[in-house]
Ligand binder design. Structure first.
Ligand SMILES: Cc1cc2nc3c(=O)[nH]c(=O)nc-3n(C[C@H](O)[C@H](O)[C@H](O)COP(=O)(O)OP(=O)(O)OC[C@H]3O[C@@H](n4cnc5c(N)ncnc54)[C@H](O)[C@@H]3O)c2cc1C
Length: 505
């Protein structure tokens, strides 16, 4: 008989993980599945990491409502879950009269959305606060509630807390179809078998349209991926005076190319916004790199190309759903609904930016929807909202480091020299509530391999540790799951092949 749950969540990105974490408060059997080998490998792994203040989305839309509610929830969520987060504020910088008009529109929109503390400052004041800004900036919108987080750590932390509170996570588990009794969903079919459930939450990100179509819901809803490319600068490049985010005045393509600090001390430049056909197309393009670079230089002219150490791209799940509020002209709103056509589905679709910011609020909306649908949610008396972050060696002072090494000598062995990540941190990641079983899973949890050498030094050592801890051959260790081996064969085997080839000649 198929395993039975109260709620199955499809997709362990930040949205599905938040839904799982907040629902784990209640007496429910919950299953969270993802097709990939780890949580947070989809869009949640590649974005700007901005916790948006909420002046961008049109008032009354789901985007605006969940953004403003989400940004208010982030301080507590990050505190409880040990997620890096800083409410550093952000700036939208104007360099022309048209830009200033846009700043005033954003100011009014933000006020309508209920964003506190918004203020337009002069160009002079902007230069005083951030001397690296272009000298001809004429003004800026200052949003003190804007912030920065770390989406990689965030998704892991949220999903781990869900597991600590009884949620079952199944990775490498792909949703294939719904099990239906008439128009009632009774479960799902996956590549790992069938699972029964009273409720299914569709949090499948880029694939949410395909999932809802399997249930016969919103046949006209289509997700058209919009790629955003990024460049990462080495820590030596420069530090913005405050840890902050600098946006240009937005255009019809979106928020535009930002220059921002990361909480790891780097500077990030990007993203652009270009529609692509393929939901897996995260290739960087030459034109894209030029577009981002000139966008970054427009805000901070002193950036230097020789300090680029990495590049990556993410895909926005841009949908075509109108706002549920008929007064709003918005056909790219978030879908957050229990559709009428079928029973047992909670449908989350088109969760593009600011979906990271909005994710805790979306989870609360899901709970409200379930309650409104008659679900009797009973709180667990022993729900634990706290997930302590594992030790981060580089953030400790000398005494704390010495104490940690005395307790666990593996923390005395540095594996990643650029980012100072120790063997102890790698072992903690492998033996965590959602075990890291690939190179990238360890990278997401520890930040190793992200410095100037981009893993050149640590990778062989990480392969060795993974192989020993998981009891698998080094050749079986992968970068990100099936089909991504790091080692193909032993050098000795190569030599033997070589001899055979020569013999044939
Ligand atoms: C370039 C860019 C910049 C952005 N910047 C910001 C920002 O600064 N601030 C902000 O708030 N937001 C930002 N966003 C948006 C934010 O990243 C997303 O809204 C958020 O990550 C969406 O999370 P998600 O859980 O819905 O999707 P995902 O993270 O994509 O998760 C969906 C999960 O579903 C899984 N899945 C899909 N199909 C199946 C299946 N059939 N079976 C099982 N699992 C399945 C996937 O593997 C994936 O893990 C940005 C996005 C992009 C692309």
């Amino acid at each position: 008989m198929a395993q039975s749950y109260d709620v199955i969540i499809i997709g362990a990105g930040i949205v599905g993980s938040m839904v799982a974490r907040f629902l784990s408060k209640y007496k429910l059997d919950i299953l969270l599945i993802d097709k990939d080998s780890d949580v947070g490998m989809g869009t949640s792994s590649a974005n700007s990491a901005a916790v948006h203040a909420g002046y961008d989305a049109l008032p009354g839309s789901n985007k605006a409502l969940t953004n403003v509610m989400g940004v208010e929830m982030w301080p507590q969520v990050s505190e409880e879950l040990g997620i890096p987060y800083e409410r550093c504020g952000d700036y939208v910088v104007a360099v022309s009269d048209e830009d200033m008009t846009m700043l005033n529109i954003l100011l009014e929109r933000g006020k309508e959305n209920g964003v506190p503390g918004l203020e337009i400052i002069s160009g002079e004041e902007m230069r005083r606060r951030e001397p690296l800004i272009r000298p001809d900036a004429i003004g800026a919108l200052w949003a003190p509630t804007g912030g920065i987080s770390d989406p990689l750590t965030a998704t892991v932390a949220v999903a781990e807390n869900a597991v600590m509170n009884g949620v079952t996570v199944m990775l490498n588990t792909a949703f294939e179809d719904f099990l239906m009794d008439g128009n009632t969903i009774t479960g799902i079919r996956t590549n790992q078998g069938d699972f029964e459930s009273r409720w299914v939450v569709n949090a499948a990100g880029l694939y949410a349209d395909e999932v809802m179509h399997k249930a016969g819901v919103r046949p006209d809803f289509v997700i058209h991926p919009r790629r955003g490319e990024y460049l990462i600068l080495d820590k030596v490049e420069f530090q913005l005076t405050q840890n902050t985010i600098l946006f240009p005045a937005p255009s019809n393509k979106g928020k535009g190319i930002l220059v921002a600090s990361t909480l790891h001390g780097n500077v990030i430049i990007g993203p652009n916004a270009n529609f692509v056909e393929d939901k897996t197309d995260k290739d960087m393009t030459r034109e894209g790199v030029e577009e981002i670079w000139s966008g970054g230089k427009k805000l901070v002219p002193s950036v230097n190309r020789k300090h680029i150490i990495a590049e990556f791209a993410g895909l926005r799940a841009t949908g075509n759903a109108p706002s549920p509020n008929p007064e709003i002209d918005y056909n790219q709103d978030f879908i957050i609904e229990i559709p009428e056509e079928v029973k047992g589905l909670v449908n989350l679709g088109g969760i593009e930016s600011p979906g990271f910011t909005a994710s805790p609020a979306i989870a609360i909306k899901v709970i409200e929807l379930l309650k409104a649908a008659g679900e009797d949610l009973i709180e667990k008396p022993d729900w634990n909202p706290i997930r302590e972050a594992p030790p981060v060696f580089r953030h400790m002072d000398k005494h704390q480091q010495a104490d940690l090494i005395a307790k666990e000598p593996a923390y005395g062995r540095i594996v990643c020299r650029c980012e100072m990540v120790t063997e102890g941190e790698i072992l903690a990641a492998i033996h965590s509530p959602i075990p890291a079983t690939t190179y990238d899973a360890i990278k997401r949890r520890t930040w190793l391999g992200t410095g100037r050498c981009q893993g050149g030094f640590d990778m062989p050592r990480v392969v060795h540790i993974l192989s020993e801890e998981l009891g698998i051959a080094p050749e079986e260790v992968t970068k990100k799951g099936d089909g991504s081996p790091l080692l193909y064969r032993r050098t000795k085997d190569v030599q033997q092949d070589h001899i055979v080839v020569e013999d044939l000649i």
